[in-house]
Write a protein that binds this ligand. Structure first.
Ligand code: BG6
Length: 509
């Protein structure tokens, strides 16, 4: 296939190859890229980790993971046999220089055999405590010396506050060019998230009303039914603000609020996005409580099953002060958005798993119809459903059929499933292919990461300094704490109700 020919010889070295991310996400994504013929003939996955297993056992583990998690279902024997040839696993100690020498020898050998320059991708699928050491050793070993061909990929969390993020950025910049660093925010690889750009900038009709003159407020909700599962150790150092708002939700907001780019060049898009972060109104310490709400789940019921409270989860402190829910209200101080509140909330163990952006338009300036005809009058609303069901819904008023003039809100719906057949790539497929091709548009640049930390530091500081007196303050299976309702209610709004009831398309009512 033409596309596959375009990708030159490529080696992806995965540090942490025996871990969960590789198993659930990376290998199934690489496998699907292979099925879709994006993978070149000259390709290798060099997996390394502390786990002492043979290449054969590693392949079997990868095979199981693909069968379990791939969007294309179980592997076919012939496909797997062909794909398996790309995989080479070797136990390695991340802090031992010989690990890097062995990788270099292996890449040099492949380069010689293939007779063409090899793209080298170094993927850190490891806990953040290893980032510095691995990056330093890659840099010092000369593995990444060719700046055009070598890239380093870093998973979140990128730092745990502004200082640690700056420190990591400085360290990386001492070893690599910014153009070689790919900081992953997997939300940016989601189809519907990418579609926000298409929706806004490939259509002429929305842009003229996409501002404070027509938009009343914006809501971003990312709620999950899942709890912290087996990630208590990590989550105790993070919490909802660091885990979700600092990256995924602020990035969604940037896509909604950014100015139009003059091109789809990676830096142009990222410049426009970072402008939004830089324009966010800074919280004074004394204002944090007016603009940010935290919550922690107690025991409760999810889909008819009893679930534990956060404090009872494995590896979680029994008196933990870590938030599993966060809601924040932001203002963007620029011409387009002055005075328009952006509300965001995210939480674990909520009643519904859904990610949705709601653009609430202003009411009409004058009601021409008699009051009795307009009982159900609602301002226009645009809902961008990101997951689990991808779609766009525009609510407007219509005359109810009949001899009387009665107005009702109705919805116009775009449903991805109806509009397109064929599988939707997983976020990691999109992102890995972009890394292979050297396109950084969907990745976080150093300044974006730092700007996002900077805006949240007053909230982080306030929450760490003061233990929450009422944790746990929402039951599992609820919509978060009452304070989150108050945050938005005091401005005369309410969170757009999450879809307990679904229509035929499974989209939010
Ligand atoms: C991750 C967070 O970045 O995103 C998790 O660390 C969260 O806590 C996950 O569950 C949500 O991602 P998705 O794609 O399932 O919405």
């Amino acid at each position: 296939m033409e596309a596959a020919k375009k990708l030159g010889a490529t080696v992806i070295v995965i540090f942490g190859a025996a871990g969960d991310l590789t198993w659930r996400k990376l290998m199934p994504a690489i496998y699907n890229l292979y099925l879709d013929q994006w993978i070149p003939d000259h390709f290798a996955v060099l997996g390394t980790a502390h786990t002492d297993i043979s290449n054969e056992a590693f392949c079997k583990h990868v095979h199981d993971g693909i069968d379990k998690f791939s969007r294309t279902g179980k592997t076919k024997k012939s496909d797997w046999t062909a794909f398996q040839k790309f995989i080479q696993y070797k136990k390695g100690d991340f802090s031992d220089p010989s690990t890097y020498t062995a990788i270099k020898t292996q890449i040099d050998k492949l380069e010689k055999a293939w007779g063409e320059p090899v793209n080298r991708i170094f993927y850190m699928a490891v806990p953040p405590t290893f980032f510095e050491d691995i990056a330093t050793r890659i840099g010092q070993s000369g593995l990444s010396a060719n700046k055009q061909l070598s890239r380093i990929v870093i998973e979140k969390p990128f730092g745990r506050d502004l200082d640690s993020a700056r420190h990591l950025n400085n360290l990386l910049h001492g070893l690599f060019d910014e153009s070689q660093i790919y900081r992953i925010d997997h939300y940016l690889g989601k189809e519907t998230v990418q579609n926000i750009l298409a929706f806004r900038f490939a259509n002429a009709m929305f842009e003229p009303i996409w501002n404070r003159n027509y938009i009343d407020h914006v809501q971003i909700t990312v709620s999950e039914q899942l709890g912290v599962e087996n990630r208590g150790n990590y989550y105790e150092t993070a919490g909802a603000l660091r885990d979700m708002i600092q990256n995924h939700l602020l990035q969604l907001m940037c896509l909604i609020a950014m100015e139009s780019p003059i091109s789809f060049n990676a830096d142009e898009i990222r410049n426009k996005k970072v402008d939004v972060l830089n324009a966010l109104r800074k919280f004074k310490p004394e204002d944090v409580h007016k603009n940010a709400v935290r919550g922690q789940y107690g025991a409760g019921w999810i889909e008819g099953k009893k679930v534990k409270s956060y404090r009872q989860e494995p590896d979680v402190n029994k008196a933990s002060n870590v938030e599993t829910f966060a809601a924040v209200k932001f203002y963007i101080d620029n011409w387009r958005w002055q005075g328009v509140p952006f509300y965001m909330r995210t939480g674990k163990r909520m009643n519904e798993t859904i990610s949705v952006v709601t653009i609430q338009f202003r009411p009409v300036p004058h009601h021409s119809f008699p009051v009795e005809t307009t009982e159900n009058w609602q301002p226009n609303r645009l809902i961008l459903n990101i997951q689990p069901h991808m779609g766009i819904r525009l609510r407007f008023q219509a005359k109810q059929p009949g001899l009387k003039m009665l107005l009702n809100p109705v919805d116009m719906l775009f449903d991805y499933n109806d509009a397109y057949s064929g599988g939707t790539p997983e976020a990691y497929e999109t992102l890995l292919l972009d890394i292979f091709q050297g396109d950084a548009t969907l990745f976080m640049r150093a300044d974006q990461v730092e700007a996002a930390w900077e805006i949240l530091m007053p909230v982080i500081n306030a929450w760490e300094a003061n233990t929450s007196p009422n944790f746990p303050n929402y039951d599992s299976g609820e919509q978060g704490p009452e304070d989150a309702e108050a945050l938005i209610a005091k401005d005369g709004h309410n969170w757009i109700i999450m879809p307990l009831e679904k229509n035929d398309h499974g989209l939010a009512k």
